[in-house]
Write a protein that binds this ligand. Structure first.
Ligand SMILES: Cc1cc2nc3c(=O)[nH]c(=O)nc-3n(C[C@H](O)[C@H](O)[C@H](O)COP(=O)(O)OP(=O)(O)OC[C@H]3O[C@@H](n4cnc5c(N)ncnc54)[C@H](O)[C@@H]3O)c2cc1C
Length: 311
């Protein structure tokens, strides 16, 4: 039922809700679950559902006039259309992890286009690529890749609740960075709804725009990216992770200093990041500990990694 809704009815409802605080029209009730205004009982929970920085969610923060959770590309197009007609800014939200709250706060009247329903992931193991919609989380992406193949991975962030939409359009770095670069480096096509509502793929948007939506941190400046085609990368079926904690008595300062000089020279299969104050060195190695331990002995013996510390 929901999927058969015409974009025209959607547009009418959108306009209608902007002019009245509560919809009483029976014809609109079946799709009103996609559009929320402050008169709707779910409005507040939908608004807060993926807010990660509560500094941008205070009682005095300006709230969106409407939250739209589209199911179809045509709903996105109509939302852009109607928002322009009503002079409203559009804030696009995928995972809501924006550090500055850009996907759910604005100083001017606005609409949130929340891609929570756009989270399909299809993995093509034979050709090592996947299509992932922007509203999916990194955790969901990793899960579905691993579900289909234990020797394919994707180089993106470490936090599983990040949304693909904001992450890929901002760059996206994680434990596979040293070997395979950023998430954005491994995007091979994308479907974008341009600001005028046009549906574009890599070919029709052209290489300049395709470049701009990958890594500029401002995908929303160019439209709404609906889905991404990504290159999957080979990974061994067994990897090793470790965390080594060092305090001041255990030479944390000296080891941290040393890490700054050796980290960029490590074997590219090895990623080690440092989480400052604690001097906690956590790592992912693309292989077993039999190879990792001699590698560490050669490249960073000061850390004192032992077999028992490896999982
Ligand atoms: C707890 C936490 C852990 C993090 N860990 C990492 C990490 O390991 N590696 C790393 O690289 N980064 C990390 N980040 C940063 C994160 O990658 C960025 O904040 C990213 O932009 C979040 O994407 P999102 O979709 O969740 O956010 P959102 O708030 O939904 O979006 C972020 C920005 O992108 C825009 N946008 C979102 N979706 C679309 C779309 N479909 N089309 C066009 N524009 C869109 C939004 O309008 C907003 O401007 C982390 C952030 C947090 C809060």
């Amino acid at each position: 039922m929901k999927l058969s809704v015409s974009s025209l009815v959607f547009a009418l409802l959108f306009s209608f809700l902007l002019e009245t605080s509560a919809s009483t029209n029976e014809n609109f009730i079946h799709i009103s679950i996609l559009i929320y205004t402050s008169s709707n009982s779910s409005y507040s929970s939908i608004l807060k559902s993926s807010i990660r920085n509560t500094r941008f969610s205070t009682p005095s923060t300006l709230k969106p006039q409407v939250i739209v959770t589209p199911l179809l590309v045509s709903h996105i197009q109509e939302t852009l259309n109607c928002s322009q007609k009503h002079g409203l800014q559009v804030r696009v939200r995928s995972g809501g992890h924006d550090y500055e709250g850009l996907s759910y706060a604005s100083p001017v009247p606005f609409v949130i286009l929340d891609l929570i329903n756009f989270r399909n992931i299809s993995v093509d193991v034979k050709n090592s690529f996947a299509w992932v919609q922007s509203g999916a989380t990194l955790g969901e992406l990793y899960y579905w890749i691993a579900n289909k193949s234990i020797t394919l991975g994707f180089p993106a962030g470490v936090c599983p609740t990040i949304g693909v939409g904001g992450h890929f359009s901002g760059g996206g770095y994680g434990t596979l960075l040293r070997k395979y670069g950023l998430a954005a480096d491994n995007v091979i096509d994308a479907h974008l709804i341009g600001v005028q509502g046009r549906f574009l793929d890599r070919k029709s948007m052209g290489e300049d725009l395709f470049w701009a939506i990958r890594g500029g941190g401002g995908g929303a400046s160019f439209g709404v990216i609906v889905e991404w085609k990504i290159q999957l990368v080979p990974v061994p079926s067994n990897v090793t992770v470790f965390t080594v904690n060092k305090n001041l008595e255990q030479n944390a300062t000296k080891i941290l200093h040393r890490w700054q000089y050796v980290a960029e020279k490590f074997d590219t299969d090895l990623f080690i990041r440092n989480r400052t104050v604690q001097a906690s060195f956590n790592s992912l190695y693309l292989g077993g500990k039999d190879k990792l331990l001699p590698l560490m002995q050669k490249s960073f013996p000061e850390l004192g990694l032992v077999s028992e510390g490896c999982i």
